[in-house]
Design a protein around this ligand. Structure first.
Ligand SMILES: C[S@@+](CC[C@H](N)C(=O)[O-])C[C@H]1O[C@@H](n2cnc3c(N)ncnc32)[C@H](O)[C@@H]1O
Length: 246
């Protein structure tokens, strides 16, 4: 089955491009300070950015002194902007569905993916692809929508009669397709449990270093009271792992 590729839908893209993280880049992404802590020093490293979108991370990796950066995405429209905003021979982009991506063995020191793996149909296949592509001792760092965020049939907070905010968690253990309305109707994502993500990483041959259940910190909530909702359910799951030596 082919990827939905919703990012090539003009109405979806027009809305998505207005997000803080797409206007201001990594500095506009609330989880970036935590995600950055999971990364090794990128100087001299061969980096892959899977689901690179507009290429914010790919360009940042180049600025950190990466030897090479490959950004991969299924959306030609995301890649058009990534190409337009990248002025470096160190960074190259490739348009392909991550569900069928092949990568050369031991060709990367760091594989990174931000907020993309929850779109994939076959996580285990990509994990195996990434594991053989990362050199022993190399790093895998990724973020996804937190499974408590992605599980419910209705991904909208409710407010109880006494004013408490309620996240309507259901179907947590029922993995698979979720259809949400986000800028447009019918955006398809794939829900997986925390255990499925963690075990996929371990089974592929990585050593788990750290996971972070990210929600907006109190400092951010001061400026944006609606982010207090994150204290009831985490927003993103962040994970850092190291490829085991053979
Ligand atoms: C939420 S955006 C994140 C973009 C970027 N990583 C960032 O953090 O700004 C998800 C990206 O994943 C891409 N994507 C979704 N499904 C994909 C697939 N099956 N193969 C490759 N890219 C995919 C989308 O086109 C989009 O650019």
């Amino acid at each position: 089955m082919a990827a939905q590729n919703i990012y090539d839908d003009p109405d979806f893209l027009a809305g998505y491009a207005t997000l803080n993280r797409q206007v201001h880049g990594l500095d506009g992404a609330a989880e970036w300070p935590e995600l950055k802590k999971l990364l090794p020093d990128l100087a001299g490293k061969r980096v892959a950015d899977l689901g690179c979108g507009f290429g914010w991370f790919s360009r940042w990796a180049e600025q950190q002194g990466a030897a090479s950066v490959l950004g991969v995405d299924v959306s030609t429209k995301m890649l058009e902007r990534a190409e337009a905003e990248t002025d470096s021979a160190t960074v190259s982009y490739r348009c392909i569905d991550l569900d069928v991506l092949e990568l050369d063995a031991d060709a990367y020191d760091v594989v990174f993916s931000s907020l993309t793996l929850h779109y994939l149909l076959d996580l285990d296949r990509l994990m195996a692809t990434m594991a053989q592509a990362v050199t022993p001792g190399g790093s895998l760092v990724f973020s996804v929508e937190h499974p408590i965020f992605s599980a419910p049939t209705s991904q909208q907070f409710e407010t109880s009669d006494d004013g408490n905010r309620i996240w309507p968690l259901d179907n947590y253990l029922v993995e698979g397709k979720r259809v949400t309305n986000w800028f447009v109707d019918g955006v398809v994502k794939q829900h997986r449990t925390v255990a499925t993500y963690v075990n996929a990483v371990i089974d592929a041959g990585f050593i788990l270093d750290r996971i972070v259940e990210f929600g907006s910190p109190a400092s951010a909530v001061g400026e944006n009271p609606e982010q207090r909702d994150d204290w009831h359910r985490p927003w993103f799951l962040l994970l850092g792992a190291t490829r085991a030596s053979d």
